[in-house]
Design a protein around this ligand. Structure first.
Ligand SMILES: [Zn+2]
Length: 67
């Protein structure tokens, strides 16, 4: 990668990173404003997003170790 392309890549990566951080900040702010609530489809607060992710991930694998 030439230095110029590398700089362009870094600028784009920094912009992407900033966008992700801003999205998480907005989701945290929304969760703070709404307070505790049930997991709601379409709600983009950090709590609902995480709980929906956990639901979609399915049940955890059974414990396979003996103590
Ligand atoms: Zn929510």
């Amino acid at each position: 990668m030439t230095p110029d392309l590398k700089t362009q890549h870094n600028v784009r990566a920094a912009a992407d990173w900033r966008m992700i951080v801003e999205m998480i900040d907005a989701a945290m702010q929304l969760a703070l404003e709404k307070g505790p609530h049930e997991v709601t489809p379409g709600c983009n607060c950090i709590s609902c997003v995480n709980r929906r992710k956990r639901i979609l991930a399915g049940p955890t694998a059974p414990w396979r170790h003996r103590l």
